[in-house]
Design a protein around this ligand. Structure first.
Ligand code: PDD
Length: 280
């Protein structure tokens, strides 16, 4: 596999990252994941804009962000991923410097690493829906930054896996925030509820697409936190994100949702999402 590393396209096994890299020492960096469908990047500008925002919030200066779309397209081409689904992974750290918590005195050169790899998923899950588990929020209060510090997400997702579930969704102060790598939406009486965009969730690009589709479908959207105790009254639940698209949730821990079948609004949102994909 050919990767992009600090300005060059090189074999992935030739990439050498310093042990002094602040990404390695402090998880001092940000990342993005972009999906490509048959060689075409989906919403690349939105992902790159969010990367820019994450870097600004972390005060990491990287002046060549405008190049990343071309880099992603080039990686798809070189790695012959033009006819499959792929994920582009972009990670930018503050670069290498002698270990001290505060920013390095001398300006560092950010470390930039981008890969493209084939993405396989089980389409049956989109049809049948998945199980999720709820876990107490263990993350920091800047979940709006797509930081590479993902240990709480890693532990929670493993807990989901250990429990035969696809995703773990965090509960902070009695309300649902989001999943380890997805946003969360619920349907109550024909209205779509989802956590508002603030420091407790990532402003998901798929979430935004879902809200735009709702407005076109005349489905009211309520951007307000969903109480964990209300879940048993939900008609439909879904997790949404770059990797899961619009995924029906039919079980939360032991609670069955919608008789364990994806609901009509979720299925219609999926249908509209695929139409959008075809047109984009
Ligand atoms: N995750 N919330 C979190 C915490 C995420 O990490 C992600 C994306 C989302 C969904 O955002 P979007 O629709 O823009 O992909 C929500 C990526 C895919 C990942 O970590 O692999």
């Amino acid at each position: 596999m050919i990767a992009y590393f600090n300005g060059e396209f090189i074999p992935k096994e030739k990439v050498i990252i310093s042990p002094d890299d602040r990404g390695f020492l402090f998880a001092d960096g940000a990342y993005e994941v972009i999906r490509s469908y048959n060689g075409k990047l989906f919403k690349p500008d939105e992902h790159i804009e969010r990367m820019q925002r994450s870097l600004e919030e972390l005060r990491i200066k990287y002046s060549e962000i405008y190049k990343l779309k071309k880099v992603a397209e080039e990686l798809i081409r070189i790695n012959t991923l033009g006819e499959v689904q792929a994920l582009i992974y972009i990670q930018i750290t503050r670069g290498k410097a002698l270990r001290t918590h505060s920013f390095p005195e001398e300006e560092t050169i950010p470390t930039v690493y981008v890969t493209a790899s084939a993405f396989h998923y089980d389409p049956q899950k989109l049809v049948k829906g998945v199980k999720i588990i709820l876990v107490p929020e263990m993350r920091w209060k800047r979940c709006d930054i797509k930081s590479v510090a993902l240990l709480p997400n890693v532990l929670a997702r493993q807990q989901a896996k250990d429990n035969g579930a696809d995703e773990a969704v965090f509960v902070r102060d009695g309300v649902i925030t989001e999943g380890t790598h997805t946003n969360f939406c619920a349907i109550f009486d024909g209205k779509l509820f989802t956590h508002p965009v603030n420091n407790h969730i990532l402003a998901g690009i798929t979430r935004k697409i879902v809200l735009d589709l709702c407005s076109k479908m005349n489905i009211s959207v309520v951007e307000s936190p969903i109480a964990e105790t209300k879940l048993k009254e939900a008609d439909e639940l879904m997790i949404v994100g770059t990797t899961v698209e619009i995924m029906p949730v039919v079980k939360v821990d032991d609670l069955k949702i919608g008789n364990r079948k994806p609901g009509p609004i979720t299925l219609e949102l999926q249908r509209k999402f695929y139409l959008l994909l075809e047109q984009s």
